[in-house]
Write a protein that binds this ligand. Structure first.
Ligand code: SF4
Ligand code: SF4
Length: 443
């Protein structure tokens, strides 16, 4: 099959120095701060109080509504606070604080799982499997944190025929998905089998960028008898964005304002597939994830398996500490990640990585006037006019920005990265998107 190429995009330096670093287990911190807002949708509602003793994997917050997920304790210990704590979003939000007891114990002494399934999961009805995914609090681990059970519940009338597993990991520096595919192939494949059963799709593909030949070879080898295509994709950022991935793998163009399910596709990250396998086969909720802790300011970058709620400061210490003063901390990758104001915030379900940059790695040139070079336009994978939308956004001309399809912006950062005038295009477009959505909610 001919691989389609999306328009725009770019190839920033990869900096994937941790690609050969095997996944290590991060040590247990002194405190776990577990926010109730860790997913797209309504924050969860606490169901524990100060002084409660909790086991690892125990439910500590209930979902509120369909687009919400439960939250579980990521280690055993005592609840010491239910209060607002600084969140990676940059403001204090309600969190459950646990002082670990050091035993890291699952309920009833079960090792590594809560309620192992005693039957073949592929014999269970899809609705039961979907409920189990929901009860385990599984969300998209590529960074989007959309509740997985919602993505697996297409509305009537939407026929899904293709499941795409996203193993692209096109963000510079990040290598957690790469290591997962190499080291925990069986978990990923078990999850894919379950996702296929839930969706009832014929076609299943795994998209991986060509810069991970070892992962492509391992996955191809493992998929030989499974009727799963492993597709090697051109190295081009943002190849891992949903619409761009769908175009490359199926040739289908997701319409403006549309969703993958509008073109018969569901996309799931490979880490999400592994979390689905844990949820169904071992009854293990989403209490930890793999993340790349990296950057030139760090002594020893690593891929770590981290408990949700571990502070960024603990992760830095786990990697040998800092070799120079940090001037920028980013949760996620450098293109789409979120700048952090402090290391005293917790890693959450969407924390695919942590990037620590010293002054030599951060451009300090200040913003200049737009020189109408159109570089931002040529790299935009959503075929937008970033300079025009940004100019409207900065003048609060919301309707005009909407008319230029601001909501189609996937916030990939390509425009700002290529802008010679260093105009913070994404920042203003993100703000105007928020204003457009707020206006729609009111009308
Ligand atoms: S951030 Fe938005 S406007 Fe800028 S290149 Fe990406 S999709 Fe286009
Ligand atoms: S890349 Fe920057 S300078 Fe060039 S047109 Fe876009 S906003 Fe203007």
């Amino acid at each position: 099959m001919k691989i389609k190429r999306f328009s725009g995009g770019l190839h920033p330096p990869e900096h994937k120095s941790t690609a050969a670093r095997a996944i290590e287990q991060c040590s247990l911190p002194d405190e776990l701060v577990i926010p109730l807002a860790q997913h797209i949708g309504a924050p969860a509602e606490p169901c524990v109080v100060i002084g409660d003793t909790v086991a690892k994997g125990q439910l500590i917050a209930q979902p509120r509504g369909f687009v919400s997920v439960p939250i579980h304790a990521s280690s055993s210990g005592v609840v010491t606070a239910v209060e607002p704590r600084l969140h990676p979003m940059g403001r204090p939000l309600l969190a459950i604080v646990i002082k670990p007891d050091g035993r890291d114990a699952w309920p009833d002494g079960l090792e590594g799982g809560m309620n192992p399934l005693l039957v073949n999961p592929l014999t269970l009805p899809p609705s039961r499997l979907r409920d189990m995914v929901c009860n385990a609090g599984v969300v998209g681990l590529g960074g989007a944190t959309f509740p997985t059970h919602v993505k697996l519940s297409p509305p009537g009338g939407k026929k899904i025929d293709t499941l795409i597993l996203n193993g692209v990991e096109c963000e510079p520096y990040l290598t957690a998905d790469h290591r997962l595919m190499l080291e925990e192939t069986g978990r990923v494949l078990a999850g894919i089998d379950i996702l296929r059963r839930i969706l009832g799709v014929e076609r299943v593909c795994i998209g991986i960028e060509e810069n991970k030949p070892d992962a492509i070879a391992v996955m191809r080898d493992a998929c030989v008898r499974r009727d799963i295509e492993v597709i090697a994709l051109k190295v081009m950022y943002p190849q891992g964005a949903e619409k761009q991935l769908i175009l490359a793998v199926t040739g289908r163009q997701t319409p403006s304002g549309g969703l993958p399910m509008d073109v018969g596709v569901v996309v799931q990250n490979v880490g999400t597939a592994a979390a689905v396998a844990d949820a169904i086969i071992h009854g293990r909720p989403l209490v930890e994830r793999i993340a790349t802790i990296t950057g030139p300011a760090l002594v020893e970058p690593k891929n770590l398996r981290i408990r949700i709620g571990t502070s960024l400061r603990h992760l830095v210490a786990e990697c040998g500490g800092l070799r120079e003063e940090v001037v920028k901390v980013i949760m996620g990758g450098p293109m789409m990640g979120q700048t952090q104001l402090s290391l005293d915030v917790p890693a959450i379900r969407g924390t695919s990585g942590l990037l620590l940059l010293g002054k030599n790695a951060v451009a300090t040139r200040s913003e200049g006037p737009c020189i109408r070079c159109a570089r931002c336009v040529s790299v935009c994978p959503a075929r937008l006019l970033p300079t025009t939308i940004s100019a409207y956004a900065r003048r609060d001309m919301i309707a005009e920005a909407e008319r230029f399809n601001a909501l189609d912006c996937i916030e990939c950062g390509c425009c700002a990265y290529s802008c010679p005038a260093r105009i913070p295009l994404v920042q203003s477009i993100r703000q105007v998107k928020g204003a457009i959505l707020a206006k729609r909610r009111l009308s």
